[in-house]
Write a protein that binds this ligand. Structure first.
Ligand code: FAD
Ligand code: UQ1
Length: 458
């Protein structure tokens, strides 16, 4: 074994010291049972080391890379990201309503990641935080000084029986995936009469407002096209409230009452039968009782979970499988050289891109402090925001903190439906995202909130 190890190291040019674990790791991931360690020696296993590795090049990963690549220099930051396209997911709501096209929401990953970063177009598949290493699917082993985990949240369409099949059939759609979002508007156009059902799963989700935004847009669309009196609109949510913050929940319940939308709380979608066009729900307060509803239109929000490979690394996650970070500093609770950002973390706030924007400032300041052996001073208050689009020209702009206290940017009552907020969501936010956040300078609206409230706010 020792000889094999030496040959292996020589072949791979490993001066940084591959250890026996790396062999074991390769034996584990090798799909070919008959490969021996000798055969493995013939494979070229690149070994890289860097100051900072970022897992994921989505909203959080790409934006934080934009801050650190200029600071640390060429090729000092490695970004592991498998996707060819970077999607601005908040636009999916508007795509579902026919207000934008899928191509408006995405750019090539290469064009948004900083040029001087090293992009590994690959999946991270195993973490080894005790040895500061992460492994990729194509066989790289990356040794880092610091790591930022920004892997997002996983969509589990397969967790609802029949849903994946049903999404290929008429009447069923879902704004959450680029694979399905364009179908939503097609279904709105085809809708003639019957139940239009919108669901919210029994798991953490990203953008907790999105499952109902598309419902308000659909309701408005049916009114505009003379089909409203033929539609029975139903919101079946697993939650016990329509929205987690009372101020906005009250406003949304009024919208539903005014527009004759039926809200069923604690109803969880468990099965879809496309042949019979039926959706089956469990009543979470009485799991034995099942409710079966006929649908003409079904907008399903999939169950979601922490990415599997992250969940599998028990040292990094909490019992629910999300990256276990300190809610104030965003530093990992156990590893002093790992930070988390965005949907993959267990930060007890609503998972949104707006939250990521605010977290960027905290990670930037605290990682700078760590890198220069100073005390971390930046603290995240849990700021998050959800532009609750309520039709083709109105929006309630929810903004709040960890305690569910409103943290509104503008000096008006933001729980009212407004055209101005809709225009901001449709035209201003995409610009801010592509040209501000992903380039590293937009860190949320805090500065505007302070100016507009004359400094009298958090
Ligand atoms: P993401 O942006 O999802 O990025 C995660 C990245 O990690 C992805 O690029 C993925 O490819 C990569 N990755 C995954 N697995 C691996 C792996 N094994 N190795 C390496 N990389 C990996 N937010 C708002 O603020 N306002 C809104 O109005 C809004 N509306 C929304 C509407 C919809 C329909 C949806 C779906 C989302 C919406 N959001 C909204 C939420 C927002 O898009 C997310 O909260 C935000 O993108 C989270 O950023 P992130 O970096 O944590 O994750
Ligand atoms: C925000 O900062 C942000 O990030 C760019 C969003 O998109 C992902 C948002 O949807 C919102 C609402 C914010 C907050 C910004 C303002 C001006 C209230």
């Amino acid at each position: 074994m020792k000889i094999v190890k030496v040959i292996f190291k020589r072949m791979c040019g490993l001066k940084t010291g591959a250890k026996a674990e790396d062999f074991r790791f390769w034996s584990e991931v090798s799909s070919n049972k008959f490969q021996s360690n000798y055969v493995l020696c013939l494979q070229i296993i690149p070994w890289r080391s860097c100051k900072l590795v970022i897992i994921g090049g989505g909203s959080g990963g790409c934006s934080i890379a934009a801050k650190y690549v200029p600071k640390l220099g060429k090729k000092k930051v490695i970004i592991i990201e498998p996707a060819q396209k970077h999607y601005y997911q908040p636009m999916f709501t508007l795509i579902g309503g026919g207000m934008k096209k899928l191509e408006d929401s995405c750019k090539d990953m290469e064009s948004v990641l900083p040029k001087d970063a090293m992009w590994l177009k690959d999946f991270a598949i195993k973490f080894d935080p005790a040895n500061n290493k992460v492994y990729t699917k194509k066989g790289d082993c990356i040794e880092y000084e610091y790591m930022i985990v920004a892997m997002g949240i996983q969509l589990d369409y397969d967790k609802v029986k029949g849903l994946e099949e049903a999404l290929k059939t008429p009447g069923v759609c879902s704004n959450y995936s680029p694979l399905y979002v364009s179908k939503t508007y097609e279904e709105l156009k085809k809708f003639k009469e019957g139940n239009a059902i919108f669901t919210f799963p029994n798991t953490p989700v990203k953008c907790a407002g999105a499952p109902q935004k598309i419902m308000y847009i659909a309701e408005h669309y049916f009114r505009k096209t003379g089909k409203r009196d033929k539609a029975n609109i139903i919101y079946n949510t697993s939650l016990g409230v329509i929205f987690g913050v009372k101020k906005y929940a009250d406003a949304l319940m009024k919208v539903c009452a005014k527009r004759d939308i039926k809200v069923n709380l604690r109803h969880n979608l468990i099965e879809v039968n496309p042949d019979r066009k039926e959706a089956v729900f469990e009543n979470l307060d009485d799991p034995k009782s099942k409710i079966t509803l006929k649908y003409s239109l079904l907008h399903a929000t999939p169950p979601m979970s922490s990415p599997k490979i992250l969940r599998d690394c028990k040292e990094l996650v909490d019992p629910a499988g999300f990256l276990d970070v300190d809610k104030d500093t965003l530093l990992h609770k156990k590893y002093e050289n790992i930070f988390g950002i965005g949907d993959c973390t267990n930060l007890p706030t609503s998972k949104t891109g707006a939250a990521v924007a605010s977290q960027l400032r905290v990670v930037r300041l605290n990682l700078d402090a760590k890198m220069s052996n100073k005390k971390m001073e930046a603290s995240y208050l849990g700021y998050t925001s959800c532009p609750l689009v309520t039709g083709y020209n109105s929006c309630i702009l929810a903004e709040f903190d960890y305690n569910g206290q409103p943290m509104e940017t503008f000096p008006v009552d933001q729980s009212k439906e407004r055209l101005s907020m809709f225009l901001m969501k449709k035209y201003f936010m995409p610009q801010i995202y592509w040209s501000g956040m992903l380039r590293g300078w937009w860190e949320g609206p805090e500065i505007f909130r302070k100016i507009l409230h004359l400094g009298l706010t958090k």
